[in-house]
Design a protein around this ligand. Structure first.
Ligand code: SF4
Ligand code: SF4
Length: 373
């Protein structure tokens, strides 16, 4: 494949940097050099974010993560199965590490759902964590949820909120409440401008409406009732602020301004993979971001990163040490591709780690449940 000179195809202000993208062996694009058509460029993170987002360009960050000095880790016993039901999503957020969107067609089918349930029956898993894309858009979402609840599992729905208002999904919130599904909802900021910038115009107001709907069903009101937790991600190449303080600010703002209540806020670091990794690479900030993560390494977080007790499953049933490794196509233990049906005992098994793992251990740490430190 020929290199792509992105600048040659677009009319953007000349101060913006454009990478020349070259396809590697697996068909993903990597930046090989910057466009000579833009000699006076200034590297702009926001401009690159918009460019990569709008063109749906994904630069493979794996080659930049492979040379790693991250400490070796082994698994504890398995507790949580995190299942990606597919990459179809009603939104297309700039920081999405899955590169999900309305045009993606990958969805877990009924046979693979049956394999997930069979796995649950064979292993001592207490939580089923459903993610995507928008997991609710998988046609088998309700079946899988109901089956897992029947088996006594806690079910988590990683929900983008906006989906609860979309045509065809208006009864989803009621279904989630009836089945006592915990909702982990992304709301990257409590300010409209920032959320719309990251997730698309109108998403903030839609998210507020969905949160009010969930409160009306009893979500987020008490510590022992229906759980509604929110997720924060930094807008740029920085670490998340201190989680407790941020939670207080979110709670105060959402209560005073919109009358909204929720349980916990999870502050998560951005991983240098998929769209976010692409932006870092194309703005020349990849190394600086990795250095920031390394400079803030906390060894005490190593024991509580999510890969210790969680297994990640992709829409075809292949398994990974975590969702981020899934996006990097880095198989379980760093070995050959393994299917759910082939997984035996996991305790003590090696975890496939690389430089992106520093995002999980920097500062207060970052996992599916936010800060860990
Ligand atoms: S809602 Fe979530 S899965 Fe969908 S595009 Fe945004 S970050 Fe990705
Ligand atoms: S990215 Fe985080 S969760 Fe995934 S393997 Fe590395 S440390 Fe574990």
């Amino acid at each position: 494949m020929h290199p792509i000179d992105v600048a040659a195809h677009l009319r953007f202000p000349s101060k913006i940097t454009f990478p020349i993208l070259t396809a590697n062996e697996s068909g993903k694009f990597i930046p090989s050099r910057y466009s000579s058509r833009m000699p006076e460029y200034r590297r702009s993170f926001a401009a690159q974010l918009i460019l990569i987002w709008s063109l749906n360009i994904v630069i493979d960050s794996l080659p930049y993560l492979q040379k790693s000095d991250f400490p070796a880790m082994a698994r504890n016993s398995l507790e949580i199965l995190q299942v990606n039901l597919g990459y179809l999503c009603n939104l297309s957020c700039s920081h999405c590490h899955v590169n999900a969107g309305p045009k993606r067609t990958e969805l877990m089918d009924k046979d693979t759902i049956a394999e997930v349930l069979a796995f649950i029956d064979r292993h001592n898993v207490h939580t089923l964590d459903l993610t995507g894309g928008a997991p609710e858009m998988n046609p088998h979402f309700r079946y899988l949820t109901a089956q897992a609840r029947k088996r006594g599992l806690k079910v988590i729905d990683r929900c983008n909120l906006v989906i609860l208002l979309e045509k065809g999904f208006q009864d989803m919130a009621g279904f989630l409440a009836e089945n006592q599904v915990e909702i982990v909802a992304s709301l990257p900021c409590y300010l409209e401008e920032n959320v719309d910038k990251q997730r698309g115009k109108g998403t903030f107001n839609a998210s507020i409406k969905a949160l009010q709907l969930l409160n009306g069903l009893g979500y987020g009101l008490t510590d022992d009732g229906l759980q509604l937790n929110l997720v924060f991600n930094p807008q740029g190449a920085s670490l998340p602020p201190e989680q407790q303080g941020l939670e207080r600010a979110y709670k105060q703002h959402l209560r005073e301004r919109y009358g909204i209540a929720f349980n916990r806020l999870f502050a998560m670091a951005n991983l240098p993979v998929q769209r976010f990794g692409s932006v870092l690479l194309s703005t020349g900030r990849f190394d600086d971001y990795l250095q920031l993560l390394k400079d803030n390494f906390q060894a005490s977080n190593l024991d509580r990163v999510m890969c210790k007790n969680t297994l990640s499953v992709d829409w075809q049933g292949f398994v990974y040490d975590c969702d981020f490794n899934q996006m990097l196509q880095l198989p379980l233990g760093g070995k050959q591709k393994t299917h759910l049906a082939e997984v035996a005992e996991l305790t003590g098994k090696t975890i496939a780690v690389m430089q992106h793992c520093y995002a999980c251990t920097a500062g207060q740490g970052s996992s599916c449940g936010g800060a860990i430190g």
